[in-house]
Structures are given as C-alpha cells and as structure tokens.
Design a protein around this ligand. Structure first.
Ligand code: NCD
Ligand code: ZN
Length: 418
C-alpha cells in the first residue's frame, strides 16, 4: 500500500462503502467475500482529477458523464472535477443540478465546477454563492482566461468570502491571438501561427498579484512554460495561496510532435519546447507544481479531421494519465501519487472522502495499480467516446487493475463493471 502516510505491505478488507480493516499480518476473507488479487500491485487511494471535460450537457457526441466517468475509473480515478465549458455552460443552478443528476450511478464521483462569468463571456459574474450552495468548490471560465482584470478581482473577492477556489486558464487572448502552436522557430518553419509563451506568463503574473491582494485561493490550470513555473515559485515563497497543475501531455511531449502536422497534438496551452518540459518536470518533482491533471478534452472525429488551424484543441487523457507519467518520468511513485490523489483531493475540497489514507473507517475509494504491466494504447479500445489520444500506439508501463468507488468494484481486472 502507498498513501500519504507511507508504504507498507498489508491486506485490506472493505465492507459496504468503507474500509473495515487493514492488516500487515494478513486477513482471511470472510465467507462469500469477493477477493481481488493485488499481487505485484500497489494499493493506493483513488486518483482525483482536477480538470476534465465530460461534455455533458450539449456535446454528448464527444463524451457523456457516463462514458467519461467510465474512462476515469479505468484510469484509476475515483473523483473528477468536470469543467463547466459545456453547452449550455454550468453558469447557473439548473445546469449544475443537471450534471449532478446525470452523475448518479456513474463509475466515478463527478464534481461539477461552475463558471466564473455568465455564459463564459467574461462580462458579468455567475451566481457564485448559489452554485457554492450546491457544493461547487471550483470556479473557472476554462477554455479561455478572464480578460477583464477588474472582473477577475471581483470574482476572487467573492471566492475568498465563499471559501471556494478560482481556477485559471492562463492565456491572454490578445497575445495568444489565433495561434495554433507554440510560437518560435518551429512555428515559423512549419508555417503555423504561434501562441507565445508570454501569453501564459502575463496572465499568471496578473492573477498571482490579484490573489495576493484578495487573499483568494487561486489554482492555475495546465501550466506549460518555464516562466510560469518561476512565477509560481516566487509567489509561493511570498505566501500567496496558490496551487498549480500540469498535464501528462505537457510533461511527456514537446512542440516537436507538431512537425507531423497531426491535429492530435493541437492543444491549449500548446505543447512547448524541451526546456519548458524539463522545467515542468523539475517543478513537479519539487512540489512547485502541486498536481497532475488530465485536461481530458474529447472531440469527435470531424473536429480533429480538418485543417490544423480549424481543428479543435485538446486531447483525451483519463485512461492514459497515470501510465504516461509512470512511463515517462523519473519521479518517485509516491510523488506521482501525491500529485494525482491526495494533493488534488485537498485542492478540490474532497479530503476525507477521496485521496486516502487507506485506513479503517475511510470511504473505500481505492485504486490497485500494477506497476509492471505493459500495454499499447489502442484508441478504439479506450472507454472514452472519443479517440483523440496523443499516445496512440505507444507502449506504456503500469496499468490500473482494479478501482473501488465507495466500496463498489467499478473496475476489476482492467474491465469496467458498469
Ligand atoms: C479544452 C476543451 O477542449 O474544452 N481544450 C484544450 O485544448 N485544453 C479547453 C481547455 O482546457 O482549455
Ligand atoms: Zn484550459
């Protein structure tokens, strides 16, 4: 077992929704118990994703809460934060209730985020107090940054008073323009319009300053540049209440993938240079970057099978996230699991329910991970309704064998049970 309290060898007994016993001396299963084989595996708290797009309501051709939650469970996640850039967006109580209703019976605990502004238009604040009363803990206009600094300040003041988190998609649209990949020598060579790294840094610096004066809890989504990491490090040293996430694709890939012109690698913020990637890896290892989040962004084939400039940005990630970072990074497993389970559980306000520790009395939200299992990513065999993975054909090492959601085995032997 690996959790926030350390590593040990033990048997775990689950009864109903909770962990009933953990024994280093071993347990003999009660009559009639379902026995899940975890030999050669790590038993860990279920993973928690701070950032995924489940596309419901409105874009069910790409994904639904049911299919996205199934993909999440297969990836070892027991809780996911569903981004509010749906159609219509989750900017009012009605849509948040609709998501919560659709999430009943899903393979993962789906927690809706709410928008910061009405319609994600960046003009008027969404009814944040009303959404917070429904249990929404994360507010974001993800997909785009909030351009108006005065409005962002007000959003942070409300968030601070409500005790919720402002999550920030950091791209200044006036700098990012209509760019479709990282701006630099390679974008010039490929003849594709660029999105400069500084568009991220500008918004990170602005919002760190606003978080300092408003005392709001700020979470920075999918950081991609060395400069942003440096800014976060300085702000943390100065006592700003900020956390930050990085995606598996920004940790594993660079802009070099774009030489193929494959739209599967088009994503916002774009894949950057190898020195950015190295800075992200170092910041993850040191804890300057707190969490790994998937930014699972499913799109239907016609949204990707078009010209590079017209293609939708984003790639799927729930089923590959843990395997990709285990395969690509030389970071101790404890640090990876912290960044994917107990640290995001705290950021999302789910501590005590998700993220462990694996101890008697805790809800049985558990992931069983086989670290030596090798597998090849085959898009058609993934559970997501969309196939736009950037890791098709890759051999990865490490795979989730079982997932338990409140004691229910939702994945057994790599197969979803609902
Ligand atoms: C996301 C999407 O498709 O909704 N796309 C992306 O490129 N990351 C939006 C987002 O997370 O910004
Ligand atoms: Zn985003």
């Amino acid at each position: 077992m690996v959790d926030s309290t350390g590593r040990r060898r033990a048997d775990v007994l689950v009864k109903g929704e909770a962990i009933a016993a953990v024994s280093e001396a071993g347990l003999s299963p009660p009559a009639g118990a379902l026995v899940l084989d975890a030999s050669g595996c790590f038993v860990t708290p279920g993973l928690v994703d701070l950032h995924c797009h489940l596309r419901e309501p409105g874009d069910e051709e790409a994904e639904s809460i049911e299919t996205g939650a199934r993909a999440a469970a297969l990836g070892g996640f027991t809780a996911v934060v569903a981004m509010p850039n749906t159609q219509p967006p989750a900017d009012c109580a009605g849509v948040v209730r609709q998501v919560l209703d659709a999430a009943k019976g899903a393979c993962a605990d789906v927690r809706p985020a709410g928008t910061l502004t009405v319609g994600r238009e960046g003009k008027r604040l969404a009814p944040m107090a009303e959404l917070a009363a429904l249990g929404v803990k994360i507010f974001t206009d993800d997909g785009a940054g909030v351009a108006d600094a005065g409005l962002m300040r007000r959003a942070m003041e409300y968030a601070s008073a409500l005790g919720v988190v402002v999550a920030d998609h950091c791209e200044d649209a006036s700098l990012a323009g209509s760019g479709v990949m990282n701006e630099g020598a390679l974008s010039s060579r490929l003849g594709l319009p660029g999105r400069p790294a500084v568009s991220e840094e500008v918004m990170v610096l602005r919002d760190l300053a606003l978080a300092r004066v408003t005392k709001a809890r700020l979470h920075l989504l999918h950081l991609s540049t060395a400069e942003a990491v440096g800014a976060v490090q300085a702000a943390k040293a100065a006592g700003v209440a900020v956390t930050a996430e990085v995606t598996p694709h920004h940790l594993a890939l660079t802009e070099d993938a774009l030489s193929s012109y494959s739209t599967l690698y088009k994503v916002n913020p774009p894949l950057r240079t190898s020195s950015d990637r190295d800075a992200l890896r170092a910041a993850l290892a040191s804890g300057v970057l707190d969490a790994i989040a998937t930014d699972h962004a499913p799109h239907p084939p016609q949204a990707k099978e078009t010209s590079f400039c017209d293609a939708a940005p984003g790639m799927t990630g729930l089923e590959t996230a843990l395997s990709v970072v285990m395969t690509e990074l030389e970071v101790p497993l404890e640090r990876l699991l912290a960044a994917m389970s107990w640290v995001p559980a705290r950021i999302a306000g789910l501590w005590g329910v998700h993220g462990g520790p694996v101890a008697p009395g805790s809800p049985a939200n558990i992931c069983v991970l086989d670290p030596s299992r090798r597998w090849v990513v085959s898009p058609a065999r993934l559970a997501s309704r969309s196939t736009n993975t950037a890791f098709a054909g890759r051999e990865l090492t490490g795979k989730v064998r079982h997932t338990l959601l409140f004691g229910e085995p939702v994945v057994v032997d790599e197969e979803a049970q609902r």
